[in-house]
Design a protein around this ligand. Sequence first.
Ligand code: NDP
Length: 310
Amino acid sequence: MERVKCLIIGSGPAGYTAAIYASRANLSPVLYEGIQPGGQLTTTTEIENFPGFPDGITGTELMEKMRSQAERFGAEIRFGMVSAVDFGVTPKLVTIDGETTIEADTVIIATGASAKYLGLADEKKYAGMGVSACATCDGFFYRRKMVAVVGGGDTACEEAIYLAGLAKKVYLIVRKPFLRASKIMQERVVATENIEVLYEHETLGLFGEDGVEGARLVKRRGQADEEEVSIAIDGFFLAIGHHPNSDVFKAFVETDELGYIKTQPDSPKTNVEGVFAAGDVADPHYRQAITAAASGCRAAIEAERYLKSK
Ligand code: NDP
């Protein structure tokens, strides 16, 4: 059976940064990319807030650069999905695609999170053409334009407030007659003049020629006074939550009630010795490329220290 000193699972900024640090520390890391090599960033267009790129860079290009930087120092990058793990043994066992099992002295989990979508065909049709699940990434393109945010939680309120600072107007599409968000976020939404909350509205579809030009909504679906309405918008933002991609590790690694991997305070260490978590799979709060990259660096340094201590 193949044995590796450091196995990195995931190919977003956390995974690649961990690979850069681990390879420079002579850990000969092996990194597995999942079904979306490069991770969530490859679904955004231009990245303008990653330091070092004053003119912006596309998500795909940034991830290709990180990948080749890791390869330059000897990281071995492979394609495959982790289908099972056994972290109850030493070395740890990680099975790829139900076929190959690898022994790993340390494991860095950097499998990220996936934004939830409503499941409408139009979300796919207009992906990158007006549909986004990240206001911080894409909001800037909607300066003085009309946008809608879907969701009634803290993320939706935060995104709506952020977008209100850029866009002409923000519709907040909420399926219930109230917001689930914390009181302070609700108050901020109400106090923001250019946010209009559309309570009891659900999205039926989007329309537009070369991009989103509007959304078709239904108000009070299933009630006697049900009504269809259309709103003119240029951008449609999903903020209905994220799934951390932690399911395959849950039998061994502690997660919180939402599935985010729990790490020790101010450290990427999980409850399992030699297993570290970095990036969005362990971060419900910041979810930025730069914070994910930083945590990947920390995980690689901790993996190296762990190996030295053994
Ligand atoms: P939440 O699960 O809290 O909220 C999701 C929202 O999306 C809910 O309003 C829900 O509606 C709505 N929703 C879900 N599915 C659909 C659907 N199919 N159609 C329409 N609407 C839908 O997720 P968040 O990402 O907002 O927050 C996750 C956690 O992170 C929370 O604990 C939150 O408090 C925390 N957080 C805190 C922040 C802060 O303190 N500043 C910032 C961001 C997040 P419904 O209410 O009807 O279920």
